[in-house]
Design a protein around this ligand. Structure first.
Ligand code: GDP
Ligand code: MG
Length: 163
C-alpha cells in the first residue's frame, strides 16, 4: 500500500487549503473496520514519481469538550496511526499558540516524522516568522503560503524522503 501523509493542526491554519493544493484525485473511503466512521478525506497524490495518500483532518481544539470535538480527535488519532509522515500545519502570522503546543504534545507520542508547515507567509518579508516555530521541538520547518503555492516544493521533497 502507498505511504500515508496526515495533515493535522488546530482550526483555520490552512490544512484544507494545503490538502487541496497537494491533492491529486480524491479516492473513495472504504469502511474496513466496523464501528469506525472513516470520514477523513483522502486523496491520492504524487511528487517526483513517488505516489502517496494524503489525509485531511478536522481542526484540533483543546480545553473544550463536546461530541463533535471528541469525534474529530478520534479521527485525528486514526489518521496519525495510519500516517508514515505527519504534516503539522500552523499559522505563521499568529506565532506559536497554546493550541499548537497541545497538538505538538500529541505528535511527540507518535514517534513519527513530523514536518511543520508554517503557513500564511504570503510575502517574502514574512518568511523569518517561521523561526519562532523551532520552539515546538521539531527540526523540519517549512515556510509556506498555501494560498500562493510557495514553499510546497521543498516540503514535498522532505516528505517523500521519509517514506
Ligand atoms: P483549516 O481549518 O486548517 O482546514 O483551514 P482552511 O484551509 O479552511 O483555511 C482557513 C482560512 O485561511 C481560509 O480563509 C483560507 O483561505 C485561509 N488560508 C489558507 N492558507 C492561506 C495562506 O497561505 N495565506 C493566507 N493569507 N490565507 C490562507
Ligand atoms: Mg479544514
Amino acid at each position: 500500500s502507498l505511504p500515508v501523509v496526515a495533515i493535522v493542526g488546530r482550526p483555520n491554519v490552512g490544512k484544507s487549503t494545503i490538502f487541496n493544493r497537494l491533492a491529486g484525485q480524491r479516492i473513495a473511503i472504504i469502511e474496513d473496520q466496523p464501528g469506525i466512521t472513516r470520514d477523513r478525506i483522502y486523496s491520492r497524490s504524487e511528487w517526483n514519481g513517488r505516489e502517496f495518500h494524503l489525509i485531511d483532518t478536522g481542526g484540533l481544539e483543546f480545553g473544550k469538550q463536546d461530541e463533535i470535538l471528541t469525534h474529530i480527535k478520534n479521527q485525528v488519532e486514526l489518521a496519525l496511526e495510519e500516517a508514515d509522515v505527519i504534516l503539522f500545519m500552523v499559522d505563521g502570522r499568529d506565532g506559536v499558540t497554546a493550541s499548537d503546543q497541545e497538538v505538538a504534545k500529541m505528535l511527540y507520542r507518535t514517534n513519527k516524522p513530523v514536518m511543520v508547515g508554517v503557513n500564511k507567509l504570503d510575502h517574502p518579508k514574512q518568511l523569518d516568522l517561521s523561526y519562532d516555530f523551532y520552539q515546538l521541538g521539531f527540526t523540519e520547518i517549512f515556510a509556506l503560503s498555501s494560498l500562493h503555492g510557495t514553499g510546497t516544493g521543498d516540503l514535498l521533497d522532505a516528505i517523500v524522503e521519509r517514506f
